[in-house]
Design a binder for this molecule. Structure first.
Ligand SMILES: *Cc1c(COP(=O)(O)O)cnc(C)c1O
Length: 405
């Protein structure tokens, strides 16, 4: 961008974009190719490509070790890891699943596949996470399960949620997709509660092209999940569970995930440098507050989320439009919230004023493997430029909108 000096230089007004190749919020980790090939050799030698080959076996062992849990069961996606864990854990005969509205947008679809109805709850304003209080407000006689996703920056109050689940005798499942590397006071994420769900999608911390896994210390649950993902068969090949399906992770994806896992410490260091670059530069930008990682515990520094406060001169949508034109793929944070999503999936009607308010304020900025500290300098330069030129930018955007109308 070296020198956007006039607003005519901005891509949204016809100038050329800062980046030739778009900078996204997806992690897109590219692990060492030689390691991927070495891990692939495992299944090539064994000539087994899916259904419990050596790479999947090794990955499950290493992930269990990483999360310090007794078991890890892999799946073809995080989606099906969650769906089958819910199948195993939900109270039979009950129909409601409590989940936040400000979260991963496919969450209601998972409930729908299982014939369950989402009942959305609030999140806390300071953590953007569910808490015992926000969940308790939605517990009914028909609650089948509490689904608690950790937010994309830091973790929810796991202890409080476990206490609530224990007192109300409800199953609690953590969606820990965005907290692979994180720890909380109770220890490493993975071993908390009955089970935790993770994803190996290319946009997450561990890139397995695609895939997912569940960690648990519950041996019977691990066996049940291993059976559910494989046609409901037991270890002897007899079908013992209904609704057979195939949700197994294949060997090539496991080899990729292993290579990504090999790289994880180094990735976290690189993420930390990205985060600190944003932090150093954003301090001086009025109206933008970077969500800080809680460094009292282990964190992967993966996602960059900012809050746009009243001091920021443009709307979030205008800001995102300007950044996207520069090929900076900033995104509205979990927007629209799920209870506002025009949905084919029925949910229990609820009022969520806190979520409504929060849903307008946050924005994800580019991060991940393909975003360098130099890129981040340029991204923040644009934000600084926007802040300095806000008045004329606003006027020009208004003209544009009128022309377009
Ligand atoms: C991505 C994601 C999932 C789903 O994982 P897939 O592997 O893409 O199916 C679930 N929960 C959260 C919070 C996610 O971000």
């Amino acid at each position: 961008m070296a020198g956007k000096t006039r607003i005519e230089d901005m891509a949204v007004f016809g100038g050329s974009p800062v980046f030739a190749v778009a900078k996204s919020t997806s992690n897109l980790l590219q692990p060492d190719f030689a390691r991927f090939m070495a891990h692939s050799d495992l299944f090539l030698q064994a000539q087994q490509y899916i259904d419990g080959g050596p790479a999947v076996e090794l990955l499950e062992r290493r992930l269990a070790e990483f999360h310090q849990t007794a078991h890890c069961v892999t799946f073809c996606s995080g989606f099906w890891a969650l769906a089958l864990a819910i199948t195993a854990l939900a109270i039979p005969g009950k129909r409601e699943i409590i989940m936040p509205s400000l979260t991963y947008r496919r969450m209601p679809d998972i409930a729908a596949w299982l014939g369950l109805t989402p009942r959305f709850c609030e999140v806390e304003t300071d953590t953007l996470a569910v808490s015992a209080a926000t969940v308790a407000a939605q517990i009914s006689d028909d609650t089948a399960l509490i689904l608690a996703p950790h937010p994309i920056v830091n973790c929810c109050d796991a202890q409080g949620l476990m206490q609530l689940a224990y007192e109300r005798e409800l199953p609690l499942l953590f969606d820990s997709v965005e907290s692979v590397y994180e720890s909380v006071a109770e220890g490493r994420v993975g071993g908390i509660g009955r089970a935790e769900a993770f994803s190996l999608h290319a946009c997450k911390l561990i890139n397995g092209f695609g895939g997912g896994y569940i960690t648990t210390n519950d041996t019977a649950l691990a066996q049940q999940l291993a059976s559910l993902r494989h046609y409901g068969m037991d270890v002897n090949g007899n079908v013992t569970l209904p609704h057979g399906m195939n949700a197994c992770l294949n060997e090539m994806h496991a080899a990729m995930a292993l290579a990504s896992l090999d790289d994880i410490e180094s990735q976290v260091q690189r993420n930390r440098e990205r985060y600190y670059t944003y932090r150093r530069r954003l301090v001086g930008v009025p109206g933008i507050r970077l969500l800080d990682f809680d460094e009292r515990h282990a964190t992967a520094y993966k996602n960059i989320v900012v809050e746009l406060s009243d001091g920021w001169p443009l709307s979030r949508e205008q800001t995102i439009r300007i950044l996207n034109a520069e090929k900076i793929l900033a995104r509205a944070y979990y927007s629209p919230p799920l209870h506002r999503r025009p949905m084919d999936i029925a949910s229990i009607p609820v009022q969520l004023p806190v979520t409504d308010w929060l849903a307008e304020r946050f924005m994800n900025l580019p991060c991940g493997h393909l975003v360098s500290p130099q890129d981040i300098e340029q991204i923040v330069d644009i934000l600084v430029f926007i802040a300095a030129q806000a008045q004329s930018i606003r006027a020009r955007l208004r003209e544009q909108e009128q022309e377009g109308a």
